[in-house]
Design a protein around this ligand. Sequence first.
Ligand code: LLP
Length: 411
Amino acid sequence: MEISNVNVFDLKEKYGTPLYIFDAAHIKNIMKLYKDNFKSNQFETEILYASKAFNVKEMIRLVKDNGLSLDCVSVGELYTALSVGFDPKKVYFHGNNKTYDDLLYIINNNVGTIVVDNLDELKCLSDILNNLKKSVNIIIRLNVGVEAHTHKFIVTAHVDSKFGVIYNSNDFKEMLDIINNNKYINFMGFHSHIGSQIFDLACFKSALEKLIGYCKDFKEELVLNIGGGYGVHYTNEDKPIPFDIVSKTLIETCENLLKENNVKIKKLAIEPGRSIVAEAGYTLYTIGYTKKTPNKEYYFIDGGMTDNIRPALYGAKYDCDIVGKENLVKDHTVTIAGKCCESGDLIIENYKLPEAKQGDLLITYTTGAYGYSMSSNYNKALTPAVVFVDNGKSKLAVKRQTLEELIEREL
Ligand code: LLP
């Protein structure tokens, strides 16, 4: 088995397991698909990579080199981006509870746009700007009340969501007053993010309809950022829409709605995270022991929920193979279990694979988004290494954590 012309057994030899592998060529292709197709001659467009999906220096370098902007949601994500020279002007900073110190850090580092999530945050920001006598661009995150059909834990736009304000609510009106009375706040427009792993583009049309309707109340042409959420293929249950079609459909939908409503906007932005990195990512494990119980057969791997929490947290499903045995008869129905002291540490359940022996390599697909970024040191597991492959070459992006590093902050 090869990924971007790099042999997977060689990767195991060189870097060990568990190992996250990222196909850089694949990531670059997806970025290009978005860039080539998310364009309009009626308004500016901007594509932000939602870095919460996977934020390490090498990934940010790819984003930078391919000309995308960046969505950061923590000082840590921003710090990582700045450390590789990412232009802060191309950063949108999110979050429902940015602290005073966060805001100060964001402003002092000249972040391009702050996505203000609620009234209290705007009050805090306004005070800071008055003290510093410094201007910033903001957009307001709106809860447009559109609920995407996806896993309930990752829907973010239902009416009681912790994110965003409701248009024309009392909080919203007070926010407009603050904006109108503070010359340091440049109000640019609105943001909405309606959920993640979405396959039905009609949800985005509903959100855009709302946002464009709101634009009518403003004299100036606004920026609309409609978030991310475009679904990817984990298993055959998922039927993703190709991202060139996603891009074109969103642009067309927006252009049509603008025409119908006789409205102009300055810019339309999107924030894909998962769709840029998920399918480019693989996790490689070594199989240790196998075990049969009356009703189950287990293959144990040398990682688990510490490198992929999504099955335990969301019931997420993945495909996998035993490396080098992809074409053998898959006559064992097995459960892939991790090594954590937790019964729920199952990566894949009741899956057809060939017979495995100790030392075989198991590879799981589509683990590029929200895998490494949600990894933990539960049971004091060491965070795996991350390697990028591209056209026959491999490059270590994150070293495997060591035991010394595991306790270096402990006193
Ligand atoms: N913009 C905002 C404001 C977001 O909250 C998110 C994701 C995105 C963009 C990117 O969405 P994407 O294109 O990646 O779907 N941990 C969960 C996903 C949480 C998504 C949170 N927000 C998972 O593993 O499925």
